[in-house]
Design a protein around this ligand. Sequence first.
Ligand SMILES: [Zn+2]
Length: 95
Amino acid sequence: MTRKINPVTVAIARTVPPSCYVCGIKDGAPDGYGDAAELRPYGKNGAWICYYCMIGNSEREAEAHRQFDAQLGACGPIGILGETTGPRPLKKGNQ
Ligand SMILES: [Zn+2]
């Protein structure tokens, strides 16, 4: 979708909450354990996965560690952690 905001036409990104590729729960939905589901992009090929699906299967947990390590490794010398989108590089002016 685009919208004219004088004098510039901008593209408006439509954000869809991610869902776990294993169980389908949406990010922020009640997870059945008294918390809101927190998803991370640590499934196969960076697919979103919830914590309980990650720890509930040793292969998925190992894949999550591989994904995290690869994403952190791609950040360069300084990576920022603690965001739901996974590690990201520290960039001047974009902290
Ligand atoms: Zn799940």
